[in-house]
Design a protein around this ligand. Structure first.
Ligand code: OGA
Ligand code: NI
Length: 348
């Protein structure tokens, strides 16, 4: 058989599917608690008002830094509001993301990418060479920093992606300053150690077409992200769930807010103080869900180790071994996406 790309979108549009093909039947590899999780009042998903970090008012800033410390240590997840991204840029990013998947299969094929490290790579599931079960998800992955790349179709995607990614990088960098402070480190600590000026930024656009059996398939299985911080936006359809205290919490973001989560390299750098959060994307049968994530990490050749300032001899020895960021990404891509198994392989 030729290596022609296939997509979930193509599958859905090929006929009136009433059930999913058997290779999409998903069963969790580890028992997970799917019980209802009612958040008590003291347990709402943290909301961070970004403008408080940049207002120039030191009291507002230090209060927000404390809120971020709490969000990172208790949740690994928070919602960011008042971030200053123009609403029309936001809408355009989502509209053109959708537009990419609406290209013909032949047009998308141009961006299929052959190797993991190709700067632009469109595909389906997670990694077809290792996935036993296929995921109900098409994707476009683009390396957008330090070298900017983007597909030139559909018209406008290139420019809008460039502008959107610049904003999301600025916001991530500002959040990482606040996170440095929240760890008791100097504001520019993460910037300098992770060489963020030249840091890696990876754009992942996910397309989850409507699924005839949304409970039986999976959009994206439970996993943690590899970088320091991920910023995610979505269209009007929800689907992100995060793990919190052993339960799945569905995220219903406020309009025009970023969903932000800590990644494995934040866990390594903070020596486990800020753990990466496990999350997944579930499906619906109503419409196509689009999400746009940017993963922010160090330069690809940075070897990330627990910050020596956060390590303390016998009481708090380093809990992770150093690995070059690029090697970590290769490692994650070589395995099935499954919870925190990648991070487990560098745990000491
Ligand atoms: C991801 C991811 C979740 C979503 O792309 O890593 O977790 O809601 N996406 O699409
Ligand atoms: Ni993720």
């Amino acid at each position: 058989m030729s290596q022609k790309m296939f997509t979930v979108k193509g599958l859905v549009e090929s006929g009136s599917l009433t059930s999913i093909p058997s290779n999409y039947h998903y069963s969790p590899s580890t028992p997970i608690d799917n019980g209802d999780f009612i958040l008590s009042e003291s347990e709402t998903v943290p909301i961070i008002d970004f403008s408080m970090l940049t207002s120039g008012n030191p009291d507002q800033r230090s209060e927000t830094v404390q809120d971020i410390a709490h969000a990172c240590s208790e949740w690994g997840f928070f919602t960011v509001i008042n971030h200053g991204v123009p609403e029309n840029l936001w809408d355009e990013m989502l509209r053109l993301s959708r537009g990419f998947f609406d290209l013909t299969e032949e047009e998308k094929q141009e961006y299929a990418g052959k190797k993991f490290w190709d700067p632009i790579r469109s595909g389906t599931s997670f990694n077809l060479t290792v996935d036993d079960t296929l995921f109900w998800r098409d994707y476009l992955k683009v390396h957008v920093h330090p070298q900017f790349n983007a597909p030139d179709k559909p018209a406008g995607l290139w420019d809008v992606t460039q502008e959107y990614c610049k904003y999301s990088r600025e916001i991530a960098n500002e959040l990482l300053k606040a996170i440095s402070e929240s760890l008791g480190l100097e504001e520019n600590y993460i910037h300098e150690k992770m060489d963020l000026e030249m840091g890696s930024q990876l754009l992942v656009i996910n397309c989850y077409p409507p699924c005839p059996q949304p409970e039986s398939a999976m959009g994206m299985p439970p996993h943690s992200d590899h970088g320091l911080l991920t910023l995610l936006i979505q269209n009007e359809l929800g689907g992100l769930q995060i793990q919190h205290k052993g339960k799945w919490v569905p995220i219903n973001p406020l309009p025009n807010s970023f969903m932000v989560n800590t990644g494995d390299h934040m866990e390594i750098l903070s020596n486990g103080k800020y753990k990466s959060v496990v999350h997944k994307a579930v499906l619906n049968n109503k419409g196509t869900r689009i999400s746009v994530g940017t993963g922010h990490g160090p330069t690809l050749d940075t070897v990330v180790i627990p910050a020596p300032e956060l390590v303390d001899g016998a009481n708090n020895p380093p809990a992770y071994q150093g690995l070059k960021y690029k090697d970590y990404l290769d490692l994650q891509q070589s395995k099935q996406l499954d919870g925190k198994t990648c991070l487990d392989s560098v745990r000491l």
